[in-house]
Design a protein around this ligand. Sequence first.
Ligand code: AQP
Length: 340
Amino acid sequence: MSKESKFSERVLSGVQPTGGLHLGNYLGAIKNFVPLQQKFESLFCVVDLHAITVWQEPSELVSKKCEVAAAFIASGIDPKKSIIFNQSQVPEHTQLSWILNCVARIGWLNRMTQFKDKAGKNRENVSVGLYTYPVLMASDILIYKATHVPVGEDQKQHLELARDIVLKFNNDFKREVFPLPKPIIMDNAARIMSLRDGTKKMSKSDISEYSRIMLTDTDDEIAKKIKKAKTDAMPLPGTKKELENMPEALNLLTIYSACQDEEFDLVFDKYHGKNFSELKIDLIDVVINKISPIREEMSRLTTDKKYLREILDVGSSRAKKIAADVLKEVYEVTGLNSNI
Ligand code: AQP
């Protein structure tokens, strides 16, 4: 670990500055970053290099980066404890990424379901970056020798790829350079689903705005979206087994449980057999109570660009110190060092 850290293990996670942040990003990832700061040396990055794998308007990208940094801080990530930084400002990520591209196998990347989903039928026309995205993600983790990676379930496969890269790299170069990073996936909110279709994950690229609650939504917008959320005509089921075939009910109860930090079973006991309207009325309050203070703080922080820039600059230089040492070691091990 870095000399300044009192911890023996390191966490890294990133969030893309694309299209604003939704409740899935918050409950599945950002909210869980907060308690990790007490146990790990923690790095949280705004992954702008991932964002540009699909076209981003440059001026909007800048403001979305501020929004993610503000969301981190507003959600409780303490910039004094954790390293908050911008991925593109630490070039070691991309330097390592090239080396890892030469370790990863095409067959491994061909199995990545997120690429298949995102590229869809347009496979020949998407960027090469979108295809190699998981290798850059592996590099984000490994350039800090991170031991733990908190992510939503959708990123699990990418993390498995990072582990495969570690095993091959360490084996090819006969040195235990990288530790095997472990995923931290929260059971209660690993996959928050769309409010319009409980079988699809809540996502910023869904065409329906009613499918997701954004961290910037007003209280009225949150209420409207929850009221309109797809549900069944029947009441909530009496047993948990029946929930398996009711993805929308499961999703609303999951959101309630995660926002309220209340055991899922207790929430289920409260609402089983009741009408959806009762659950929705309470859920509106629960979500607003959770999101509105974050939204207010984000709005205050995003107007204070000087403060955000300072946090990101300090974060980048702290991150760079760790990354430079790891890259030096990798260059030595791979024969890319300057000593001839
Ligand atoms: N629906 C979700 N439920 C739980 N966790 C989620 N995450 C994303 N969606 C959900 C987690 O949020 C973190 C940051 O994600 P990201 O913004 O970097 O990328 P993403 O996963 O691609 O987000 P989207 O909204 O799904 O974007 P699009 O629509 O572009 O695909 C990650 O830890 C992720 O697991």
